[in-house]
Design a protein around this ligand. Structure first.
Ligand SMILES: *Cc1c(COP(=O)(O)O)cnc(C)c1O
Length: 734
C-alpha cells in the first residue's frame, strides 16, 4: 500500500519513515522510536508518541534539515535496514520447527487489541494479551492474520472530579493520525464487507494495522449506508445493551469471517481469543453445509481446525443472549444451517441452565475441538465450570488445557533496563534478546553489580514521579485548583520512599481498597518515621460499574486526607502509556484479587521483568510464578467466605515486618543489598517463563500442528475433544 502521496512533505531520502510509522514494529524497537523523537522532541511529546501524527504535523524544513544531517541519515539507514530485514526474512522459528508449507495461516479473532496507546482498541488485560500475542507471532514468524474492531471512540478516557468521581471522556479517534490504513478493493474504492442477519445487511469498512509481519484487519461499521444505530456498532467496546452487544458479536464473528474472504485471505484454522467472536464458527459451518457437506461432517471439520481460549473463571463472565434475541437475529440464518429452532438454540445451551439463554462459551466449546484456559489454576476452575458438557468424564479429565499467559518482553521491558542487560549479558549471551525464553541466560543477572541495577531502578522511579508532578504542573498552569487534589495526584511523592503500585481495572473482585480495611493501621505504615511507604493507584472503572466507581472514589478520598501526609496518589487515565511508567518505576507491585477470580493477570509479569517485586495473593499466574525467593505471597488458598479481614491483615503484616524493613536495610553505599537480591531473583525467574515467547511457542507446539494437520489432510486426520469419540459432546437434539 502506498501511503506516500499523503506525505508529500517527506523527502524521498527519508520516505522510509512513513513505512515505519505505519508499522508498529517501531513501538517495540526503542532505537526506531529515537528516529522519530530526534525529528522534534517537543512535538513528539505533544503528539503523545504517535509517529503518524508527528509526520503529518512536522513542517518540510524539519525533514529537509534531517535529510541534510549525516548523523541522522546514518542512524536512519541502519534502522531502515533492520526493519526491512525483519520484514523480508523468509524464515524464522516457526518455519524451522514446522516447515514452510502453503496454507498454514491461523486466523486469530479478538474483540480487543492492546498494541499501543495511539490505537485505543482495548479495555484491559484481554486486549494486551491479544496484542502481545500478535507481536510475538510476528517475532517468531508464526503465520497469523488477525481480526478485530476499529473502535472509533475507543475505550473511554478517565477524568476524576475534585471529589474523585470518575468522569468518562469520549475522544473520537482521528483516523488520519492513527497508524491504520483503509483497505481498498481492486477498483481502488474502499473495501466494504456486508454482514447478513440484520435487515438491511450491515456494511463495514475495513482497516489494516501492521503489527510487524502480522496484519490485523479491523471492521468499521461507521458507513453512510447503515442506519445511525448500526453505524455505532463498532464505535465502542463491549456495549452494555444486549441487542447492540449481539450485533457487535455478529459483526465480529460472521463479518470477520466474510472480511477475510473478501480480502482473499486463506487460513487453515481459527483461534478465538475469548468467546465474543464464536459466531465465526457458525459461518464456517454454514459455508460447508451450503457446499453440500453433511452437518456432522461439517461440525467435525470445524472442530478439528479451531481453538478457543477462555479468559474468565466466573460464569457471569460469558455472554448470554436471550432465545428471543437469538431467534430474531438468526431466524433465517439457521435455515441455511439446516437446523430447527431447538437444534440451533441447543448449540448455546448450558446443560445446567438450559433456560438461561444462548451462551457464547458453550457455543465455542461445542464447535472448537481444542480449548484452553490461561493459567494452571484457571484450567482447574474452568474444567469444573464446563464439566456439564462432558458428563461421562470426571471434571479433572475435561479436555481443556492450560497455557499460562505471558507478556511481550520487548514491549514491556524498559529500554534502559534492556541496555543494562545488554551490557552484562553480552559477553556470554550476545543474542539474549533473541533467545529471551531460555531460562539459563537469565542467571546472568547475578553478574550485574547491585549498585548499577539499583541506580537505574531509582532513575525509573524518579521518572514515574516526575511524570505525576508534570501532569499536575500543566493543570496548575491552566488555573487555580484545590490543593488537596494536587496531593491526591502525587505532587508530594518522594523517590526515596518505598513505593507500591496498584494498577488495574476497578472491578470489584480486584479489591483495590483492600489495604484500606483498617485505615488507621495503613496510616501508621505509610507515615512511619523511618520506614515510610507510599502508594500509587491507577485504573478505570467500567462506565456502567457504579460500585467500581465508588471504590475508586473512596481511595481518592483517602489520598486527599491530610493524615496520610501525601503518601497516597491516584494516577488518572490508566492505559498503555501510564502502565509503562508504573511497571518500570514502582518498587513493589501489589495484587490482591479475590481468589480464584484472577484467571491469570499479566501486569505483575511486566513489573517482574523490570525488577519490580511482586507482592501478590496466591492466584492466577503467581501460583506458578512465586518461588519463595522472588517476592511475597499471601492469602489462604480457600475460595469463598469473607476473607477481607485476614487478607488485609496479611498485607499489613508483610509490609510492617518484612517488606519495609528489607527495603530500608541499606549498606554503607546506600544500596539495599537484600532488596536488590529479590529484584534479581524476580527478573531471573519471571522474565523467561512469563514471556509471550514462551506462551506463543506453547500454543504453537501444543495445538497448531494438530489444527494444521487436520486441514492439510482434507480433514481426515483431525484430533481434539468433541472429534475424539472418547469425549463425545452432549449434542442435545442435534
Ligand atoms: C497489562 C495491562 C493490563 C492487565 O493487567 P492485569 O494484571 O491483568 O490486571 C490492563 N491494563 C493495562 C493498561 C495493562 O498494561
Amino acid at each position: 500500500m502506498d501511503r506516500h502521496p499523503d506525505f508529500p512533505h517527506v523527502p524521498e531520502r527519508l520516505s522510509g519513515l512513513v513505512d515505519l510509522a505505519y508499522n508498529l514494529w517501531w513501538s517495540w524497537h526503542p532505537e526506531a522510536r529515537v528516529l522519530f523523537k530526534h525529528l522534534s522532541s517537543p512535538l513528539w511529546k505533544e503528539c503523545i508518541h504517535n509517529p503518524v501524527r508527528l509526520l503529518r504535523r512536522l513542517p518540510p524544513e524539519v525533514f529537509a534539515a534531517a535529510a541534510a544531517d549525516p548523523d541522522y541519515l546514518h542512524r536512519y539507514d541502519i534502522i531502515m535496514h533492520r526493519f526491512r530485514r525483519y520484514m523480508t526474512a523468509p524464515n524464522g522459528w516457526f518455519q524451522e520447527a514446522y516447515g514452510t508449507g502453503p496454507g498454514l495461516t491461523i486466523a486469530y479473532f479478538s474483540a480487543e487489541y492492546g498494541l499501543h496507546h495511539s490505537l485505543p482498541f482495548y479495555a484491559g488485560g484481554l486486549g494486551f494479551l491479544a496484542g502481545d500475542h500478535l507481536k510475538e507471532c510476528s517475532d517468531l514468524h508464526v503465520p497469523v492474520v488477525a481480526v478485530g474492531f476499529m473502535y472509533s471512540e475507543g475505550y473511554l478516557h478517565q477524568h476524576l472530579s475534585a471529589d474523585g468521581y470518575q468522569e468518562n471522556i469520549t475522544e473520537r479517534l482521528d483516523r488520519e493520525a492513527a497508524p491504520i490504513t483503509r483497505v481498498t478493493g481492486e477498483d481502488g474504492e474502499p473495501l466494504v464487507v456486508r454482514v447478513p442477519l440484520m435487515d438491511p445487511p450491515i456494511a463495514a469498512y475495513v482497516w489494516r494495522v501492521d503489527v510487524g509481519r502480522v496484519p490485523l484487519y479491523l471492521l468499521d461499521t461507521d458507513h453512510p449506508e447503515n442506519p445511525p444505530a448500526c453505524r455505532a456498532i463498532s464505535s465502542r467496546l463491549y456495549s452494555g445493551d444486549r441487542e447492540l452487544r449481539l450485533q457487535q458479536e455478529i459483526v465480529l464473528g460472521i463479518g470477520g469471517r466474510r472480511m477475510l474472504a473478501a480480502l482473499g485471505v486463506e487460513f487453515a484454522a481459527v483461534h478465538l481469543n475469548e468467546g465474543h467472536s464464536a459466531f465465526a464458527l457458525l459461518e464456517l459451518l454454514r459455508e460447508r453445509i451450503e457446499a453440500g457437506v453433511p452437518y456432522e461432517e461439517a461440525v467435525r471439520e470445524v472442530r478439528g481446525t479451531s481453538i478457543f481460549t477462555t479468559h474468565t473463571p466466573v460464569p457471569a463472565g460469558f455472554d448470554v443472549f436471550s432465545d428471543e434475541l437469538m431467534e430474531r437475529a438468526f431466524g433465517r440464518y439457521r435455515d441455511a444451517l439446516g437446523l430447527s429452532r431447538e437444534q440451533f438454540l441447543a448449540l448455546g445451551r448450558h446443560p445446567d441452565a438450559p433456560g438461561a439463554g444462548f451462551n457464547m462459551a458453550m457455543l465455542a466449546l461445542r464447535l472448537c475441538g481444542h480449548a484452553n484456559a490461561v493459567s494452571e489454576r484457571h484450567g482447574a476452575v474452568s474444567r469444573e465450570l464446563f464439566a456439564a458438557l462432558w458428563p461421562e468424564v470426571p471434571a479433572e479429565q475435561v479436555p481443556l488445557g492450560a497455557i499460562t499467559n505471558g507478556v511481550h518482553l520487548p514491549t514491556w521491558l524498559n529500554p534502559r533496563m534492556a541496555s543494562l542487560y545488554d551490557r552484562h549479558f553480552f559477553g556470554t549471551s550476545p543474542n539474549w534478546l533473541e533467545e529471551h525464553d531460555v531460562e539459563a541466560i537469565w542467571a546472568l543477572v547475578d553478574g550485574i553489580p547491585d549498585a548499577e541495577l539499583w541506580q537505574l531502578h531509582l532513575g525509573l522511579k524518579t521518572k514515574l514521579l516526575n511524570r505525576l508532578r508534570e501532569r499536575r504542573r500543566r493543570a496548575f498552569a491552566t488555573g487555580a485548583e484545590d490543593p488537596a487534589k494536587f496531593v491526591a495526584e502525587g505532587v508530594l511523592m518522594d523517590p526515596s520512599v518505598l513505593t507500591i503500585g496498584f494498577a488495574r481495572r476497578f472491578s470489584t473482585y480486584k479489591r483495590a481498597d483492600l489495604v484500606f480495611s483498617d485505615p488507621e493501621r495503613l496510616r501508621r505504615i505509610l507515615t512511619h518515621p523511618t520506614r515510610p511507604v507510599q502508594l500509587i493507584f491507577a485504573g478505570k472503572a467500567h462506565p456502567d460499574d457504579e460500585e467500581g466507581k465508588r471504590i475508586l472514589q473512596r481511595i481518592y478520598g483517602f489520598a486527599r486526607r491530610p493524615e496520610f501526609e501525601g503518601r497516597i496518589a491516584f494516577m488518572e487515565d490508566y492505559g498503555e502509556q501510564t502502565a509503562q511508567y508504573l511497571v518500570h518505576g514502582v518498587d513493589v507491585w501489589l495484587n490482591n484479587p479475590m481468589p480464584p477470580l484472577e484467571a491469570s493477570g499479566t501486569s505483575g509479569m511486566k513489573a517482574a521483568m523490570n525488577g519490580v517485586v511482586n507482592c501478590s495473593i496466591l492466584d492466577g499466574w503467581w501460583l506458578e510464578g512465586y518461588n519463595g525467593r522472588n517476592g511475597w505471597a499471601f492469602g489462604t488458598d480457600v475460595p469463598g467466605g469473607d476473607r477481607t479481614g485476614p487478607d488485609a491483615d496479611a498485607v499489613y503484616r508483610l509490609l510492617e515486618e518484612v517488606v519495609a524493613p528489607l527495603y530500608y536495610e541499606t549498606g554503607l553505599d546506600g544500596v539495599p543489598g537484600g532488596w536488590v537480591r529479590l529484584m534479581k531473583e524476580s527478573i531471573r525467574s519471571c522474565a523467561p517463563q512469563f514471556s509471550a515467547r514462551r506462551m506463543v511457542k506453547e500454543y504453537v507446539d501444543r495445538y497448531y500442528p494438530q489444527l494444521l494437520a487436520c486441514a492439510a489432510t482434507g480433514y481426515r486426520s483431525c484430533t481434539g475433544a468433541g472429534v475424539n469419540e472418547e469425549f463425545a459432546l452432549v449434542d442435545e437434539g442435534v
